[in-house]
Design a protein around this ligand. Sequence first.
Ligand code: PEP
Ligand code: MG
Length: 889
Amino acid sequence: MSSSIVKPIYFFDEADGNNRALLGGKGAGLAEMTKLGLPVPPGFIITTDICEKFYEAGKRLPDGLMDEVRKSIKKLEVSTGKKLGDAANPLLVSVRSGAPVSMPGMMDTILNLGLNDQSVEGLARQSKDARFAWDAYRRFIQMFGKIVLGIDDRQFEKEMAGKDLNDEKVLRKVAASFKSLCENTGKKLPDYPYKQLELAIDAVFRSWMGKRAMEYRRQYGITPDMANGTAVTIVAMVFGNTGQDSATGVVFTRDPETGVKRLYGDYLVNAQGEDVVSGKANPSHIDQLPGQMPDVYSQLQQVCEKLENHFNECQDVEFTVERSKLYILQTRTAKMSALASVKTSVDMYHEGLIDKTEALKRIDPEGLEQMLYPRIGPQVKLKPVAAGVAASPGAASGVAVFDVARAEALGRRGEKVILVREDTKPDDVPAFFLSAGILTTRGGKTSHAAVVARGMGKPCIVGCSQIEIDTESCSFAVAGKTIASEGQKITIDGSTGRIYLGEVPTVDPEITSEFKEILQWASEMKAIRIRANADTPESATLARKYGAEGVGLCRTERMFNQHDRIAIFVRMIMAEDDDERRKALAELELLQRSDFRAILKEMQGLPVTIRLLDPPLHEFLPKEEELMMQIFELKSSGGPRTESEMLRREKMLRRVHELSEVNPMLGHRGVRVGLTFPDIYEMQIRAICEAAAGLVKEGVKVEPQIMVPQVAIVNELVAVRHLFESVKREVEHRHKIKLKILFGSMIEVVRSCLVADEIAHVVDFLSFGTNDLTQATFSFSREDAEAKFLPFYLEKTVIPANPFQTIDQKGVGRLMKMTIEMSRKVKRDIEIGICGEHGGDPRSIEFCSAAGLNYVSASSHRIPIAILAAAQSAIRSSKDSRLSRFLSD
Ligand code: PEP
Ligand code: MG
């Protein structure tokens, strides 16, 4: 063994269970449970360091590793009294993967290793159960064939189809046919157990770089510093398939869907672990176990309690019962729905198991969105066509698709897809990411589909045995009657397990008391303020309900886009003389005033940042082609009434031509419109001042802020500030009051970052428009990049993350830091925030907090996510500063 590796293998009873990086999650859990005195079968762990060496050596097991494995197996033989490959009393082992970060089902595992034509007879004699021995043997050949020899599992399934697997003689034949399948590949299934072991270890290491595992790591942002490879855990086999007094199952220490404190899980009598997690059989609910195996159940309860108290986290526990004796094969932190994660964290705090910081740390902010998902409203009286197990909450509608590749293709095109399958395999995960929901006819809450969907926050129903899928005709039937075919719209409710035909209306979810409590703690803990991007009073109300501390961006143009207003705006653009234009502007001013009034009132004295008009004027007019078509149609139809209509459209077409631009994104928009058509900004500023004045006179507290978009040159701001001051003075004079209205600039043009010091002299606050700033910094069109080349860039890791979602720290982030530094040199306390979409992204919030921004502004429905992310980043930074203080002491 190479000298740079200190120790390649650890037995469970000697390993440090806290060292997940070295032992992987599975190995660390087994070591910890062994230390706790729980009934764990003996075994050992090949460390993740060896996995790294394996890849360094070009996918070769390090020299000398198998000698160490051999020594460890000898030790295992002594402790079990069995011998690997023995014809009399064979030792069988499982070879399992386990990375430092949990990746359920994404890597490979081989069970029953050590069986060959001789040892299977030994196992039959020793267990006095030939059926069991041959069942174990056929399982081993199948797994080894699939994982090591790369045989398509469907070939094995085909060989078994329709056969009575309870009959030993049949199983012998199945095993023989499986062996021939292996031989057909030109590779041989080795008889020699140590060769089997070597190939299995090699295959598990390889599965770390398998397509499934890599895709999973990419999707969940698992980077090499978080997990450097997989460990291989080798455990003496215990058998859940030795008769009616044996079983295998998975149990959660609390309900993973609701968070309620009770054991929740599935088990199968006379089966092996894979049968439960693969979802190929419909297991029994754990509540039935006390009736079948009362002693085992109460022992399992005690184990679960001990594990929870030890890890202070809900656990997902794999167990096997061999001839009435309970064994625990794995424990890991349970993956739960967001609802359950919030509830268990709050409950565990009240139970005295964890503190508030710990409770906040363990909730995934992105997952909270799940709790805010729409549900099918109680008023919906539609009858579901079938019901299955509610496995991951939320309702989703989409077209039913029965094939994984088709689901992926449609999903990629942006279609909403419900993937409908009998069961799912880990290979199906890429299709999960692209589907709106998942429906399976087999499996339980702990089956693979359920675990993965819950982790992704996708609505999912499993084990819906009422529906029968016909893969030939791509349709499903209930009670023998075809009710939905591929492409037809269906709706699934992952919170109730119900399936509906067509698209069903949904309602917004309620906020639970635990959710409120968590938000309260997070609000107390965070160090940055959270505002909302809200353009309507309704959206401001929602933002307040979720705890927003103001509106960071009110896009005024959205108000013009409403149906009844666009006509007035068009009239203003098309006005032939000043009088007509003034009239249209006066109408718009009244409408804007009432909008601003409603939002300011809703926010009760919290800051409301109102941005003056941003888009180019032609965006409000019909498209050129549309107008030309209308003119053509009018010309062809003729008649006196059409004459005036035609003239009106021709005039509009001329205006469209006047206003049209080759590159509108870089064109006549934002402050450039404000300066060239000053009456528009004047109208908006007056509407804001009048709304504020009216409320102040009624005794309502208000804090409006006026923000100018697309600023590149300080003189642009100087001119608008001048206009603002004069309108404000005029309104103050008329109402005989003083108004407090801050004036600020968006920072979304690269030049504005470079002259931030000049800008700071003219404004009271700055707000980063990181959508446009990202576009400008990369020269990536924000309208096109994500649909064109960005997915390719992400797949090929040309870029580590989508810069329109997570702030690009090296480029955009650097510009931001420079802007902050330059502007604060001029005005030390200048308020600086961010109002691009990044304001609702947890990783960007972490950056914004560290960069010293005063607030982030996120869309209303992401406020809870932003609050939690801000609290977590405050916790991390206080830990970091404690750590750095400690290190410098
Ligand atoms: C931005 O550019 O980041 C921004 C907030 O403005 P908009 O998205 O309206 O262009
Ligand atoms: Mg912008």
